[in-house]
Unconditional design. Sequence first.
Length: 280
Amino acid sequence: MLLPIRLVAKPWGMTELPPPFTAPPGQRIGEIWFEPPAHLPQLLVKYIFTSDKLSVQVHPSDAQTLAAGLGRQGKEECWLVLATQPGARLGIGFREALSAQAMRAAALDGSIAHLLMWHDVAPGDFFYIPAGTVHAIGAGVSLIEVQQNSDITYRLYDYGRLDGGHLRELHLDEGLKVVHNEVYELARWHRRLGAGAQGAAERLVSGPHFRLDRVTGPLSDDLSARYTDAPLLVVPLLGDGAGEVAVAGRQVAPGGCALAKAIGEVALAPAAICLLAQPV
């Protein structure tokens, strides 16, 4: 089943999107969402396109949302960079551990953005963002995000941007309660992906909330055995053999996302590339 697409205009979005996407005339598209299906509501897949930097923000964990009485799951996410412009960077974690008092002061005076560890990025860079990690996406980045399906975001700093003539709301009290006061473990959470060989599968995420593989066709029995007999999301990517991905006999082109009832519904032609995501 192909998932419905939602185009989301953002002031920091792009008027010219990388292939295979096209922005409507006069609109800055910042995100493209695939509506989570009823059979798999735990995960959300989206594309993000930036012409300007996003706010500095943080997300809570499942345990923290429950403790706060929100009754919803937290948000862990991961990013696969697809295209970049000169100077493209991602800010993930702080250069050194900070106290809550220091973080609050830095958020209020704007220096918090300079305290982040900024990473120069290129297509193929992959980062996992655990809950509690302060992060920001810089300008000139196009990426695909796979995340827990949660809209809980605590904004710590937003460069003085306005919404309806007013400064956009910050969430310092909530955000500082969930921040991990630790340096981001780059060696653990970052990978640099090269070209995948035919029949190769690279496990990008093994949990705790979802598993994610980048797969180059054809789909092997060994890879199929990694997945439980349960629904999963299939996201074709551009590359050699692009478009040669099918779910339940229906072709899914790059730029789309489909729900498969089980891994047995997924077929990849040789050299076709896709992401497979499934809740743990």
